[in-house]
Write a protein that binds this ligand. Sequence first.
Ligand code: ZN
Length: 297
Amino acid sequence: MPELPEVETIVRLLAPGIEGKRILSADLRLPRLLLGSDPGDFNPRLEGLRLERIVRRGKYIILELPGLSLVVHLGMTGQLTYAPPDASEKPGFYRTVTGMQKALGVHPIDKHTHLIVRWEDGSRVLFRDPRTFGKLFLIEGRDWMRHPRLRILGEEPLTLRIEPFLAKHYPDGSARSIKALLLDQSFLSGVGNIYADEALFRSGIHPARKVKDVKPLQRPLLLQAVKDVLRAGIKNSGTSFSDYRKPDGTQGSNFERLQVYGRGGQPCRKCGAVLRKTGIAQRGTVFCPRCQPLPKR
Ligand SMILES: [Zn+2]
């Protein structure tokens, strides 16, 4: 599932192609992806509007239009790709000034393409989602942060200040696992399975450790590790483990740099012990039994 670094990468790479441009047409092909408003109104409402800004909040992408915000959540397998004005409708090859060039990997429109937005300059943004857990919704006006799904989100991990955040939000008495807390979008927004496992490894904390048993001195280290793994993820344009793609259709390069996620059964890169895979917080969880010990009680 795309997490903060993947969504941030998509927003940063889409912005220069579409900000300030007018929507020529919108074609919603799978009406049930649209929540909370009439799918029949969707296409006509978007037509002719000029995109003011595209931003990220948690794992949500928000397109700010005059009087209206379009919110996209990529779910498990959602992809937002950008086909430049000169790209063919059936990519494979596209025309450049020097001749034909192989397309960078933007997927052709197929049965998994659920929304096509055409812009005034001839470029297209395609929302493709094989497993259809993605969601779209329209919010009237600019006040998207007050929408029920967005106002419950916790602070943005990259910009929060660690000590004040912990003092205000760390649930001292909680007996749930620290992994479950990191995945809780009302605690931190944008962290998912990949970056939770990576941050726990980096800070040497067992994912099943109870929130209340993580020592006060370890908590800021864990938060710093969250920031560090997210920043590294953005720097490497995200983790392409399965479906995630950058807007040009190519993969992010963070996967090969991961320490634990996706590496169950392989040796720890720090100590050589075999990494263990287990289920914690209903999610596949990989950790090093030696670097992340569970204290005996
Ligand atoms: Zn280890």
